[in-house]
Design a protein around this ligand. Structure first.
Ligand code: SF4
Length: 436
């Protein structure tokens, strides 16, 4: 096969990459669209990894696809389990159903599922999941010859290796740029199955690599002896999160077709704020040119998003022990979710996500990177009764000291100089299901 053009030789990329966001449910999909995703990936209730991501019923898949297309956003559906024989029952019908919905692509890891998809719905593009662990150009060419139109290689590749793939195949390349990392090859790991009975390879990881471990001698119940990876405890393999924000120009020049954010199990706030950050960065470079460094506001914004710290993983060199997070399951973010706008306007109707009070200053996250700090001057419930405090999950009308158009699906957050207390876990909380 002849090598594809090498866009790295060209000062301007031919095509700007797609920003691809996770959509664990309909609400997250709306927020991802609101903050600028070009495409979303989501799972139906069958055949996809991420068993606890919420996932979409068939009817919700229909709604989600229509909604995304209304906004010009593409929809890719995960069919990426490693299938056992019994898993194939109903697969052809499901694939035909997805074709009839008009989804824009399937995300597949298993060669058997790929074979069924090529036979049953040959017109539907297939994207190869990172779970297939493409680590070299020959492997990429193999999958391309099998009919995949896009390859998401293993997350364990350097930039030089990604360039090698680009030169070997014409298939689109989709690169993970942000989100959780596994210590195993992109999720192919049995730690969760052994310790909790939940199989990561079937979408049900309980994330035991993030737990804090102690030693127990069986005749001394209740006495936990420290097990020290270092003096802060032992987290078996608690990898920091991937963050390639500052490396996007190199990826764009290399010819990456899609930049993917991990996190179908992450919170709505995580999805919204990360999509917003990467959208703003891509727009910045499109306007200013790829040689212009990001202004400090981007690093400031990143510090408010939090997560498990940041790692560039294998992008430049093999990660070392410093790429692990030893002192907790998450790094403390400075931004704490406050509310999401359910009905926009100068006095928005919001759903509170964490407590806040009259007199507190919260910031509204506009699209782009503009944050509008505003003081809450009044809170009313739906009956019009004035409240001193907003409680989580309640629907409230906010009066703010700054007039503005607080748009639907927009987010409000509180910002702390010191980070949120650990027990609050405001970001990615759903991915911590099952933590001790
Ligand atoms: S236990 Fe950790 S390393 Fe293993 S699949 Fe789950 S998240 Fe990945």
């Amino acid at each position: 096969m002849p090598p594809a053009n090498d866009p790295a030789q060209s000062p301007l990329p031919n095509r700007w990459p797609e920003l691809l966001a996770p959509a664990g449910n309909l609400e997250k999909l709306q927020v991802a669209i609101h903050y600028g995703a070009d495409a979303v990936y989501l799972g139906g209730s069958r055949f996809g990894l991420r068993a606890h991501a919420g996932n979409f019923s068939d009817e919700e898949l229909r709604t989600a696809t229509a909604l995304a297309h209304e906004h010009g956003v593409r929809v890719y559906v995960t069919v990426n389990i490693f299938a056992h024989q019994q898993d194939f029952a109903g697969l052809p019908e499901y694939l035909v159903f997805l074709r009839e919905l008009g989804v824009d692509g399937l995300i597949i890891a298993d060669p058997g599922i790929l074979a069924v998809a090529r036979r049953t719905v040959p017109e539907l593009p297939v994207h190869l999941s990172t779970q297939a662990n493409v680590t070299n150009p020959e492997s990429a060419a193999f999958w391309e010859a099998c009919g995949v139109s896009r390859i998401n290689p293993a997350r364990e590749l350097s930039l030089a290796e990604i360039k090698g793939l680009r030169q070997r195949v014409r298939a689109e390349l989709e690169i993970f740029v942000h989100g959780a990392l596994c210590i195993s090859y992109s999720g192919r790991c049995f730690l969760s199955l052994y310790l909790t009975g939940r199989d990561a390879n079937r979408g049900d990881c309980a994330h035991p690599c993030r737990y804090r471990y102690r030693l127990l001698e069986e005749k001394r119940p209740g006495q936990f002896f420290p097990l020290e990876e270092d003096e802060r405890g032992s987290y078996i393999f608690n990898a920091k999160d991937l963050c390639l924000l500052n490396r996007l120009p190199e990826l764009i020049r290399t010819g990456a077709d899609a930049l993917k954010i991990e996190g179908r199990m992450k919170s709505l706030f995580y999805v919204g704020t990360v999509v917003r950050l990467y959208r703003a960065a891509l727009d910045f470079w499109q306007q200013q040119g790829l040689d212009t460094p990001l202004p400090p506001a981007f690093a400031e914004e990143l510090s408010k998003i939090g997560g498990r710290g940041q790692s560039e993983n294998f992008f430049e060199q093999q990660p070392e022990a410093t790429e692990m997070l030893y002192d907790g399951t998450t790094a403390n973010p400075r931004g704490v979710p406050a509310a999401i706008v359910r009905k926009g306007g100068p006095a928005p109707l919001v759903e509170a996500r964490n407590p806040f009070q009259c007199g507190d200053t919260i910031e509204f996250l506009e699209r782009g990177l503009n944050n509008i700090p505003c003081r809450v001057t009044a809170i009313h419930d739906l009956e019009g009764q004035a409240l001193a405090r907003a409680n989580p999950n309640s629907l409230l009308r906010l009066t703010l000291d700054r007039p503005g158009n607080y748009s639907r699906h927009g987010l409000f957050r509180r910002v702390s100089d010191h980070g949120a207390p650990r027990d609050r876990l405001p970001l990615g909380r759903s991915s911590h299901r099952g933590f001790p």
